[in-house]
Design a protein around this ligand. Structure first.
Ligand code: M6R
Length: 365
């Protein structure tokens, strides 16, 4: 049932404040400002020398965001790869180490094969899944559910933001266990996390601005997405979402890579979507935006009011996001990224819930 929405994807985008709130209720003790894991972990984060993450598509991008979180909050080195590579690369994995798999469906063939490989190496396995009865959930030593509810649209939306929410909670728990995160810092991040559903609801309200912008994006043959830090995987996710449902060619790049090749593509016909909350590396991203502007590129800034004012650049459009703690930003910035893809595809008359050539769950290689 789509409710009042034209598509499942729209419904699922709009549901995010609610489902992220539900996920938080499971993993966070709001009153104490602490993450509380109800799942018993058969390993000790303090004793891990490395975390290996593997997943496909959007779930892989959630893992890529989590790499930044585990490394900064828990000082835990993370190795991450797409599951189709992990499974055949057969990486050396330490006995009693930890492999984290992420999957909405819990049935993705490559992710399942990578999970089985990790087990064969004597690793503990932790699955962040949306379907608790799935094969991946059944075969993992620990399951951390995402509570997004059934996701029908082929383009993953609410599962992604819920994956991010669970992964940030897990990184906080790891930081506490490893002594890299003091109680005050944990409390500050948890307090920020608790504001995420409200901020996502605000972000959904930008829908009209996005609809206008989508008419412009729909004219493009190619679209670039740029970001630094956790906004880099968000750029990859934005590009995937757009190409999946609108069939416009889109690429995501780390903003600092611009000069190493993709800048050659920039001209007036290429919209460049820059994902840039006002964080510690914002100024670096601004210098990349200047490079784009100097070549006639049309910038669409997805940032906050402070960033928009500081950037001092003429943009084709600015989507002004509510202020959010930079650690939590990916969860909230998922919303405009999804709305851009959705409205562009709808304007172009594409079947957003059932894009061509794609299946919801990739159970064969
Ligand atoms: O069910 P999974 O999370 O394992 O699926 C992984 C990918 O197939 C999935 O995220 C795919 O990339 C989506 N269509 C993206 O919107």
């Amino acid at each position: 049932d789509k409710g009042n929405h034209r598509h499942f994807m729209a419904k699922e985008i709009h549901e995010q404040p609610e489902v992220v709130g539900r996920t938080l209720a499971h993993y966070v003790d709001m009153a104490r400002g602490q993450v509380v894991l109800q799942e018993t972990l058969p390993f000790d984060f303090a004793r891990l020398s490395r975390l290996s993450i593997t997943a496909c598509g959007t779930a892989y991008y959630a893992g890529l965001v989590a790499k930044y979180w585990f490394e900064t909050l828990a000082r835990l080195p993370v190795e991450i790869d797409v599951a189709s590579e992990t499974r055949y690369r057969e990486p050396p994995l330490e006995k009693d180490g930890l492999t984290l798999v992420i999957s909405q469906s819990g049935e993705t063939a490559d992710t399942l094969a990578s999970l089985r490989y990790a087990k064969s190496q004597g690793q503990h396995t932790l699955a962040v899944v949306n379907v608790p009865t799935s094969t991946i959930a059944r075969e993992s030593s620990v399951v951390m559910p995402t509570f997004a509810g059934p996701e029908i649209g082929v383009a993953s939306t609410k599962a992604f933001s819920c994956q991010l929410t669970v992964l940030l909670c897990l990184a906080l728990a790891a930081g506490r266990a490893r002594g890299t995160l003091d109680a005050a810092r944990e409390r500050a991040v948890v307090d920020a996390l608790i504001t995420a559903p409200g901020l996502m609801a605000e972000a959904v309200k930008m829908e009209h601005a996005v609809e206008t912008l989508a008419r412009e994006i729909a004219k493009a043959r190619d679209v670039l997405y740029l970001g630094r830090g956790t906004s880099y995987p968000m750029a990859l996710e934005g590009a995937l979402k757009l190409k999946e449902i609108s069939y416009i060619h889109a690429e995501g790049y780390a903003a600092g890579e611009l000069k190493h090749g993709p800048i050659a593509l920039i001209d007036e016909s290429v919209p460049v979507i820059v994902i840039a909350p006002h964080d510690a590396i914002f100024e670096k991203t601004v210098s990349n935006m200047q490079e784009v502007a100097a070549r006639g590129g049309r910038i669409i800034l997805v940032g906050d009011a402070k960033g928009a004012a500081n950037a001092g650049l003429e943009t084709m459009a600015t989507l002004t996001m509510p202020d959010v703690d930079p650690v939590v930003a990916p969860i909230v910035y998922a919303v405009p990224i999804q709305l851009i893809a959705y409205h562009t595809a709808v304007f172009m008359g594409k079947d957003v819930d059932q894009p061509r050539n794609l299946a919801k769950s990739v159970t064969v290689e």
